[in-house]
Design a binder for this molecule. Structure first.
Ligand code: CAA
Length: 464
């Protein structure tokens, strides 16, 4: 058995779960706007923030900014168009489009209908009329609930067509607020089918939900209200609850069968979390691994490095216990033993997010795109996803990489991000406040929001 915490002790030998769960992600496409604001330089100077705080403390370098002609619907249409072209799909091949967003452009009309309208400008009027679409709203977890739901429809096998799940969001906070440097924008489209090439879902979902005020956007507000530090804690509580539920179900169903001294994460090669900002993924991994390792062979290595974890029965004063426990959690997160596991199983999933920022409901799948672009996932490896949505809910589920994963072509995302146009702080602020009416990049081969008419209906076009 390996003593390196990042290495799985398992050669995942049984293919039972692969056979049982042959529905999953066959391919994916990512759209990121072609403008970006560097967070070091002018931004950090004007906001009086140490650039190291942003690049190390938060983990971001650049923020993707939608141009004047873009919104969540155009970005969704762009990622879907790319997916269809990559996979040579025709409209008639798609049975359902489930779209997750918290950047709705209408209170009633499903964003997917706007997306279909845009795609029909390319594929022909009426070409999507046999395809149903629905919008999933559940903050950043919406797309994951959409994926869970569509996977059951695909698995039922009563329709030969494939399903598409689209995540699309513009993460926007007030200027000068602590949320500002975590903003971003983008869309991810996932092709969900039987016998997928990338990853088969194992159909075990550990869930945690409770009513919270960590992050919300009341009707009519353009930016979110966020209780920052509280939102971090809600994320961690929900993730720990959902992971415990996932681990119990996976053990009960025999998907993961830890022997004496082993734990659930020994059976997982890649942990992917929702990425509001890259540093949060490190906090989440520390919380999950501390919970998972406590009763395993790993714990003696942890204790050898940072000492024994405080226990409540040894304290007369509850507050003192909580302070010491928080201190222990910080030492754990800085320990070499944890950092080794974090580097091996988690860190690479945040590579694209450092250059893009938060794309809310698509962030976790941007994490998957990072691993795919970096060619980090091998066939048969287990990916465990921890999705989080404010309000709040977490869903932990797993998928197994399929043999076809190496045949799926790269999307060239890192190179594409390098070709974006850098904008000034002033240009960014005008766009943010909705005052930048002219596009900074002249649209070409893309969907645009042409106008909003007197009734509020949005008119989109495809510019060749
Ligand atoms: N050099 C290096 N690091 C520095 C530094 C410097 N000069 N100055 C500060 N730091 C470090 C801090 O020590 C801290 O790291 P540790 O936790 O390891 O101590 C880190 O930078 C963050 O700094 P702060 O604690 O001062 O945090 P902040 O005031 O910048 O706020 C935030 C961070 C709460 C995330 C804020 O950006 C925010 O409100 N963001 C929006 C809400 C959000 O993203 N919440 C996440 C959970 S909710 C969710 O996931 C849903 C969603 O998508 C929104």
């Amino acid at each position: 058995m390996s003593s390196i915490p990042g290495n799985s002790s398992k050669e995942i030998s049984s293919d039972k779960s692969l056979l049982r769960a042959a529905v999953g992600i066959d391919d994916m496409a990512v759209y990121i706007p072609s403008l970006y604001l560097p967070l070091t330089g002018e931004f950090s100077r004007q906001r009086d923030i140490d650039p190291e705080k942003l690049t190390r403390g938060i983990g971001v370098e650049r923020m993707a900014v939608p141009d004047a002609h873009e919104d969540a619907a155009t970005m969704a249409a762009m990622s879907l168009l790319e997916l269809m072209r990559r996979c040579d799909l025709q409209p008639g091949d798609i049975g359902k489009i489930y779209l997750g967003t918290e950047s709705a452009v209408d209170e009633a009309k499903a964003m997917g209908t706007y997306v279909i309208g845009m795609l029909e400008r390319v594929y022909g009027s009426g070409s999507f009329q046999g395809c149903s679409t629905v919008e999933f709203k559940s903050a950043c977890i919406g797309t994951t609930l959409a994926l869970e739901s569509i996977s059951y429809w695909v698995a039922a096998g009563e329709d030969e067509r494939i399903g598409v799940v689209i995540a699309t969001d513009v993460a926007r906070y007030p200027l000068h607020s602590p949320g500002e440097y975590t903003q971003g924008a983008g869309s991810v489209s996932l092709l969900v089918k039987r016998d997928p090439r990338i990853a088969a879902l194992e159909q075990i979902y550990g869930c945690f939900t409770r009513d919270e005020n960590d992050f919300f956007r009341p009707l009519g507000c353009a930016t979110a209200t966020v209780n920052g530090k509280h939102s971090n804690q809600c994320y961690l509580d929900a993730m720990q609850g959902a992971f415990a539920s996932y681990a119990a179900q996976a053990a009960q169903k025999g998907l993961i069968a830890p022997k004496r001294g082993e734990c659930t994460t020994d059976w997982i090669e890649h942990l992917l979390f929702h990425i509001p900002y890259p540093r949060m993924v490190e906090y989440a991994s520390a919380a999950i691994l501390r919970q998972d390792w406590r009763n395993s062979r790993h714990w003696k290595n942890v204790e050898a490095e940072i000492g024994v974890e405080p226990e409540p029965q040894n304290y007369a004063d509850l507050e003192k216990y909580q302070v010491d426990l928080a201190g222990y959690a910080r030492s754990f997160a800085r320990s070499r033993y944890f950092q080794q596991a974090y580097n091996a199983k988690v860190k690479d999933s945040a590579a694209l997010s450092r250059q893009v920022g938060n794309i809310y409901t698509g962030s976790i799948y941007l994490g998957l795109a990072s691993l795919l672009e970096l060619r980090k996932v091998q066939a048969k490896e287990r990916l465990c996803f921890g999705a989080y949505g404010s309000g709040c809910s977490a869903l932990v589920f797993s998928a197994r990489a399929m043999p076809g994963i190496s045949s799926v072509p790269s999307r060239g995302l890192f190179e594409r991000l390098e070709r974006r146009r850098e904008i000034s702080l002033q240009e960014y602020e005008l766009l943010h406040e909705g005052e930048g009416k002219e596009s900074l990049n002249r649209p070409s081969e893309e969907f645009v929001l042409a106008r909003i008419d007197h009734q509020g209906y949005r008119h989109y076009e495809y510019v060749r």
